[in-house]
Ligand binder design. Structure first.
Ligand SMILES: *Cc1c(COP(=O)(O)O)cnc(C)c1O
Length: 418
């Protein structure tokens, strides 16, 4: 980027650093030596405060399937503003949105709205424990489920990049109830569940989105469904990324596997803060006030997020061809690339170039990637006007706003920078 010594971004960061830990509101944004600051965004582009226009393949880490400032979402938000943006009472938007979401997900008879994906997984885990009366949970090594204590064990996302798999301040007494198995290894899950009978739930991103994408082997998701059922362990699909990203109904529809509980976030808020969890009726009925598992939130189901979400889901239902079009775009990108010894993994609008000769199957293999090479490549891409998520361990996303021209630009930049 231009003017790296005296840019507005670096000036802003100097101030931010003194007032905010690391100068940022979320760790993955702490790009070295300083992050660029965004002035505005539209479609597939971000524009920095220094006037540099960047083709965005980070897309806020997943929520913006329809692009930045999508007009149909904006219209819904603007319309809602006239009616107020927070009531503290139920609004008609809730049953409407709940009907859309449960209708789209075979694994969701009922749903509770919350304000982030982290909140959704936190509540889903509590609910699984409350339902089963059992204490332990199992997660995938490198699986990311947000930033709360029970799941901050070798998490993917920022935690991996920073080399601090566990967070300070998390009680070992709590985390000892979180067990881990490698992805794509049904035998590991089977032997763990045979050895330990106190497992309430197995939580998994059906497609690993925070160290990948890392894709499930044939039958892996079916196998874990059978194994968890046989051991009377609830299966939680964390579809915060995959929900409406892979298609309507997310991974559970794409792979034909019905989880007991599902967590959603990101895309369902159309770019505004949101989360949701839901599942089988007999389990969801345990949530307060219907049942004894407590869960609450001031901003839960707020009308602004719900309006944006309803507009997004309505658009997706009316334009289902877009999923095939997005898939065709990343396929064309893949076909245009000379891999230069790396590997390319894609699924619909998710993709990643790994600095590793074969596509990784699990966390251990992802960790084998050459992160120094990734760092150099990432900087070159930024100089070429492309913003990729600043980590070998984050998925790249495209949106419906990414044109064929954008994909050509992207392909040329990959070819140059690799
Ligand atoms: C982003 C993410 C979360 C956390 O969602 P937030 O809204 O950031 O709290 C949880 N699970 C997965 C799979 C995610 O990608």
């Amino acid at each position: 980027m231009k003017n790296s010594n005296s840019s507005k971004s670096s000036e802003l960061f100097e101030v931010a650093k003194t007032l905010m830990p690391g100068g940022v509101s979320s760790p993955v944004r702490a790009i070295k030596p300083y992050p660029f600051y965004t002035a505005h965004a539209g479609g597939s582009y971000l524009t920095t405060v220094d006037g540099v226009s960047l083709l965005d393949c980070c897309m806020a880490y997943g929520p913006l399937l329809l692009g930045h400032a999508a007009p149909q979402v904006r219209l819904a938000i603007e319309a809602q503003l006239d009616y107020g943006w927070l009531y503290g009472t139920p609004s008609p938007l809730e049953p409407k949105f709940a009907k859309m979401i449960t209708g789209d997900h075979p694994g969701m008879d009922m749903v509770r709205f919350v304000s982030s994906g982290s909140e959704a997984t936190m509540a889903a885990i509590r609910l699984a424990r409350g339902f089963s009366g059992k204490q332990d949970i199992v997660k995938i090594e490198g699986g990311f489920h947000g930033a709360h204590d029970a799941v901050l064990v070798k998490a993917g996302s920022g935690a991996t990049t920073m080399g601090v798999p566990d967070s300070a301040g998390v009680l070992s007494d709590l985390v000892k109830h979180t067990r881990q198995v490698p992805y794509n290894d049904p035998e590991a899950l089977e032997s763990l569940l045979s050895a330990h009978t106190d497992v309430a739930a197995f939580i998994i991103e059906p497609v690993l989105g925070n160290i990948g994408p890392v894709l499930p082997d044939n039958n892996y998701l079916r196998d874990i469904r059978e194994i968890t059922r046989a051991h009377d362990v609830l299966l939680i699909f964390d579809e915060v990324i995959t929900g409406y990203r892979l298609g309507i109904g997310g991974a559970q529809v794409m792979y034909g596997v019905r989880p007991d509980l599902t967590t959603l976030g990101k895309i369902i808020g159309g770019g505004l803060p949101i989360g949701a969890f839901g599942g089988r009726r007999e389990i969801m009925q345990l949530i307060a006030p219907q049942g004894p598992v407590y869960q609450a939130g001031t901003f839960s189901g707020n009308p602004l997020s719900l309006s944006a979400g309803i507009a997004t889901l309505t658009y997706l239902h009316d334009n289902q061809m877009l999923y095939e079009e997005l898939d065709a775009k990343t396929r064309a990108l893949e076909e245009s690339l000379n891999l230069n010894g790396g590997s390319f993994v894609r699924l619909g609008s998710m993709f990643k170039y790994f600095f590793r000769s074969t596509p990784p199957k699990n966390y251990r293999e992802v960790k084998e990637c050459n992160t120094d090479a990734f760092g150099r490549f990432w900087k070159r891409m930024l100089s070429a006007g492309i913003f990729l998520p600043p980590s070998q361990f984050e998925t790249n996303f495209i949106s419906t706003a990414h044109s064929d021209q954008d994909l050509n630009t992207l392909s040329q930049a990959y070819t140059q920078c690799l």
